[in-house]
Design a protein around this ligand. Structure first.
Ligand code: PAF
Length: 281
């Protein structure tokens, strides 16, 4: 595995691959890799000839009071794992490589970025959309893979790719979970032992809502509010629980074919997100 720091060098590498007629998959990450990331990389490995993984803790997607400085950085362990997974290139740019002092452009996906997590993390999705667009332009991959745990992020990336005619196929990969149902996340390591015991209640709560919908109930407001209460009883401070159309993240309509139950909730200082898709006939 080759580690590349400079965007120009990476661009040259991928251009050479393209001349050879091989396809490239990109897995964008912020590092501190876990089994969820490994699943994305393994899928990339079988879907393209070459795999690039980026590790970049992107400052523009963190709010002023968020955890940019504390975000876990484990480059040695990450590189070891990626090399074992057969990754061709690890791209680890510095902040100055991705954002020049003159940077004046950013990518904002309106509407989709403003509700759900966007309401509680103003500017977050603009930071995500901007860095993902930059990564797409540097790597020019045929395929890019993202986890479905960040369901709203995935929807925003699909939208920006369509709106900006970016020639990349986006693949969403189902959430990897711990045995007790907790969605894998780099932020899980912030949890104390006691909080870690409480954390699976987030998935459990979503599961209850999903089962009720599968059972035919359509009183979405009632399910959202009882899920909020359940999370509070379990020790969370919830930001939201919301049932949406999985295609566009709008409130469900009679035309909706698949719903998604999304939630964000805090345990102490740690903000966890999760979602469950619910097909409806
Ligand atoms: O999901 C993440 O890890 C990040 O938001 C991403 C997509 C790598 C952009 O920084």
């Amino acid at each position: 595995m080759q580690t590349i720091i400079r965007p120009t060098e990476l661009r040259a590498r991928v251009t050479a691959w393209r001349r050879e007629g091989v396809s490239t998959a990109l897995v964008p990450t912020m590092g501190n890799l876990h089994a969820g990331h490994a699943k994305l990389v393994k899928r990339a490995r079988v879907s393209a000839d070459r795999v690039v993984v980026s590790i970049f803790v992107n400052p523009t997607q963190f709010g002023v009071n968020e955890d940019f400085a504390q975000y876990p950085r484990t480059p040695v362990e990450d590189a070891q794992l990626l090399s074992e997974l057969g990754v061709d290139v690890l791209f680890m740019p510095e902040v100055a490589d991705m954002y020049s002092a003159q940077q004046a452009t950013s990518v904002r996906v309106v509407k989709l970025s403003e509700h759900l997590c966007g309401e509680f993390r103003p500017g977050h999705f603009e930071g995500v959309a901007t860095i993902v667009t930059k990564l797409f332009n540097v790597v020019q991959p045929d395929l890019a893979l993202f986890g479905e745990k960040d369901f709203q992020q995935l929807a925003i990336i699909r939208r920006l790719v369509a709106d900006l005619f970016i020639p990349v196929q986006i693949l969403g990969i189902p959430t990897e979970r711990e045995e007790d149902g907790l969605a894998m996340s780099s932020r899980n390591r912030y949890l104390s032992v006691e909080q870690r015991q409480l954390a699976p209640a987030l998935h459990e709560t979503l599961r209850h809502v999903s089962e009720a919908i599968k059972g035919g109930s359509r009183d979405f407001k009632a399910h959202e509010s009882s899920a909020l209460q359940a999370l509070k009883r379990s020790g969370f401070v919830p930001d939201y629980v919301s049932i949406r159309d999985a295609d566009n993240l709008e409130p469900p309509t009679d035309q909706s074919r698949e719903l998604v139950v999304l939630a964000a909730a805090r345990l102490g200082k740690t903000r966890l997100i999760d979602n469950l898709r619910v097909p409806i006939a």
